[in-house]
Every structure is written in structure tokens, then in C-alpha cells.
Design a protein around this ligand. Structure first.
Ligand code: ADP
Ligand code: MG
Length: 394
């Protein structure tokens, strides 16, 4: 981190020569170990934060103007407080990234943030649009950093909800709360088990017994079009509606257990399949938590495989790339693997025995390329803590 940070600081000085020394903030990306497409139906999830993420350098200004730049994008972004507090706040569809921080400043202003602008530089080593939640990372790093600069008293939990509102209302992606929570509250060497209904959560120690967490990128981006994500959300709501017509006691997915699968199986496509995934996936997360707590990684792996198959067959969010990658990983002898994130491209997460990592990467790379013609990318992920300030000497 040291050298890289020095480089970013230098870049900050070059972009903003009149600015004073910036404060430095970091928000991790996250990988969801299990519990996919369950957060927006009030289910269970179990992500962990990564040591990859987005760093933000920021210095306050006193003229009410925000200057933003990212080392990962060409364009710079500028807007003023008065613009935000007027009625003209709108999404700039042509801007590939500025809307996220703009939406955050807007939400923070509503809570009374009295910051008179800032000079900001972002730098990320997290792939974007790959399902590792760069959107929650940029949202949380901005919200956390600016609330510190502006002395706004707010908890990380509240910031997570604020970021979700920003993505839902301003960006228009109906994302659940998992990403922002994982990015805001994670702890090193732990996964975070979150009940998205009660919002209760607990840390689960990650005893990986000689395994590495390997994230493999299919090389297929989800793209900016989130329509299929929103479509699944809609279908899952419709399925619940149909189930509650059949059995009025059913008010949420949490009223359903495996015992209700026979009722679910009376629905038609795609409602049967969508509901079946959600109910079985919630069960798998509870089982996976127990497996981690009792150190049963083999059992954990079996649940990962079942999760992938359910996301492929019932929820239909994998597609050719993720399924080819999954198959290549099984053929490389890894039986603790699944797609992660929203799907439709993006990444898989695998637990790979340490001395097999090199073999895994080489075999999967070649096999996947032969199947799809695409180049995969691999990240050896370490778990990390949530959003934080990085102070010199720490
Ligand atoms: P994911 O969250 O899976 O990475 P999303 O499509 O939800 O994918 O979010 C990606 C978006 O987040 C990018 O298109 C960009 O707008 C924003 N973003 C991600 N990383 C950065 C960065 N380093 N600097 C500025 N904006 C970023
Ligand atoms: Mg996202």
C-alpha cells in the first residue's frame, strides 16, 4: 500500500496544486461467499470484505465546489453545493462515474452536512462492474470520507443505508443492502452474516484451513444495463404475491421454509423457479454459517456448488460465461466454488487449497479460454476490515 499511496498522493498534488495535504480514506470491495439474490427479499447473506478497494484522497474547499477525479476514468467531474440543493439534481447518463459521488453529496446534504466543497481523487484496484461491488465502495468511501471532513456524526450502519438510497433512488439500481453493509462493517479474517430482514448481523470467523479465496473474473461485464437485475426483483415479488394468495399466512419470503417447496412447485415458470431459489438459498446460508463455525469446509463447499446450480437453473442469472467458468473449475478439481455477485457475467469465488492455486489458475485459464474465447482474470483475495481512514504510520 505504501508506495502506491505515495504515488496517488503525488498525483493529487499535481491535479490540485493549491490544495493542502489530503486525508486518505479506503473502502474495500466485497465478495459474497453465499446467499445470492436473497438480500432484496429480506433473506440471509454472508459476504466478506476484500483487501482490494477504492482509496479516496480529499481536502475540503471553502467555495462550495466539488472537484472530482478518478485515476481509473478519463473525465473529471465538478459540481457545486448550490446546484445540488436546487431542484436540478439529475443523473448525467453520459458520465461513467460522477453520479455516485454526486448522489452521496446530495444525500449527505439532506442530513445537514455542512461541507463547502472538496478536492477529491479516487484510485481503485477493484475491477468495476464485476460483481465485487465497486459501486458500494465508491459510495461508502465518499460518504465516510466527506462525513469525516464535515464533522457529521453518523454511524457506518447509517452510511450503509444512505448509500443504498443513493443507488436505489439516484442511480436507479434496485440493489439490496448487503454490499453497503459488507463494505461498511466487515472485520478482518471474518465473514459477516447478515439477516436482511431484521438487519441483525454477526461476524463469523473464517477458518479456511489452508485454502485461499480465489476470485475469477469471467471478463464479461454486466454492463450499465441493470434491467435483468430489476426483472428478477420483480419476478421474485410476483412469486411471493402468488404464494400469499395461495396461503395468506405467507407475508414475506422468511415465512417460507423447505417444507413449503411442494406449494412453491405448484406455481408456473418463472415464479416457481425464482421462489425455489430464494427459499433454498436462505437455507444454504444458515447451513454454511454452521459449517464455517464448526470448521467443516467440505460441507461449506457442497453448499457453494448447490448455490451455483440453483442460481444457474432456477434463478437463471449465470449465463454461458459463468457456467463455463464453473465447469472449468470443477474440472480443475475445485469443489468449493460458485458464481458471486448479481450474475450475468462478473466473477466466481472459489476456495482453493494453497499449494493448488497455481495449478488451478493455469488449468482454469486454459479451459475457460478454450470454451469461451475469453481471458479470465484471477485475484487472490484476503479478507479486510470495512471502510476506514488511513493515517500515516498505521
Ligand atoms: P459493481 O458494483 O459490481 O462493481 P456496478 O455497475 O454496480 O458494478 O458499479 C460500477 C460503477 O461504480 C462504475 O460504473 C462507476 O460508475 C463506479 N465506480 C467504480 N469504481 C470507481 C472508481 N474507481 N472511480 C469512480 N467511480 C467508480
Ligand atoms: Mg454494484
Amino acid at each position: 500500500m505504501g508506495d502506491l499511496l505515495e504515488k496517488i498522493k503525488q498525483e493529487f498534488q499535481e491535479i490540485y496544486p493549491d490544495s493542502s495535504t489530503p486525508r486518505v480514506f479506503f473502502a474495500p470491495g466485497r465478495v459474497n461467499l453465499i446467499g445470492e439474490h436473497t438480500d432484496y427479499t429480506g433473506g440471509f447473506v454472508m459476504p466478506m470484505a476484500l483487501d482490494l478497494g477504492i482509496t479516496m484522497l480529499a481536502t475540503p474547499r471553502d467555495d462550495g465546489v466539488y472537484h472530482l477525479k478518478s485515476t481509473n476514468f478519463e473525465n473529471s467531474v465538478e459540481f457545486s453545493n448550490s446546484y445540488l440543493l436546487g431542484n436540478e439534481v439529475s443523473l448525467d447518463k453520459k458520465d461513467p462515474w460522477g453520479n455516485y459521488p454526486k448522489g452521496i453529496v446530495l444525500e449527505l446534504s439532506k442530513l445537514g452536512l455542512e461541507l463547502k466543497g472538496a478536492d477529491i481523487l479516487y484510485s481503485s484496484n477493484l475491477p468495476t462492474g464485476a460483481g465485487l461491488s465497486s459501486s458500494a465502495a465508491i459510495g461508502m468511501v465518499t460518504a465516510y470520507g466527506l462525513s469525516k471532513l464535515g464533522d457529521l456524526q453518523i454511524t457506518n450502519e447509517e452510511l450503509a443505508f444512505l448509500c443504498q438510497r443513493m443507488e436505489n433512488d439516484f442511480i436507479g439500481v434496485k440493489s439490496g443492502i448487503m454490499d453497503q453493509f459488507a463494505v461498511g462493517l466487515s472485520k478482518k479474517d471474518h465473514a459477516i452474516f447478515l439477516d436482511c430482514n431484521s438487519m441483525e448481523w454477526e461476524y463469523v470467523p473464517l477458518n479456511l484451513e489452508g485454502h485461499k479465496v480465489v476470485i475469477t473474473n469471467t471478463g464479461k461485464k454486466r454492463g450499465l444495463n441493470e434491467s435483468r437485475y430489476n426483472e428478477r426483483r420483480h419476478e421474485s415479488e410476483e412469486a411471493l404475491q402468488k404464494l400469499s394468495e395461495l396461503k395468506p399466512q405467507i407475508k414475506s419470503y422468511r415465512d417460507l421454509t423447505l417444507a413449503d417447496l411442494s406449494l412453491i412447485n405448484t406455481l408456473m415458470y418463472p415464479y416457481k423457479e425464482r421462489a425455489r431459489h430464494i427459499v433454498t438459498e436462505n437455507h444454504r446460508v444458515l447451513e454454511a454459517k454452521k459449517a464455517l463455525e464448526s470448521g467443516s469446509l467440505t460441507q461449506f463447499g457442497q453448499l457453494m456448488l448447490a448455490s451455483h446450480r440453483s442460481l444457474s437453473v432456477d434463478y437463471e442469472v449465470t449465463g454461458r460465461e459463468l457456467d463455463s467458468l464453473f465447469q472449468s473449475q470443477l474440472e480443475a478439481g475445485c469443489f468449493k466454488t460458485r458464481m458471486t455477485g448479481a450474475g450475468f457475467g462478473g466473477c466466481t469465488v472459489s476456495l482453493v487449497i494453497e499449494n493448488k492455486v497455481e495449478y488451478f489458475i493455469e488449468t482454469v485459464r486454459a479451459n475457460y479460454k478454450a470454451r469461451t474465447g475469453l481471458d479470465s482474470e484471477f485475484y487472490l483475495a484476503k479478507s479486510s476490515g470495512g471502510v476506514r481512514e488511513i493515517r500515516e504510520g498505521l
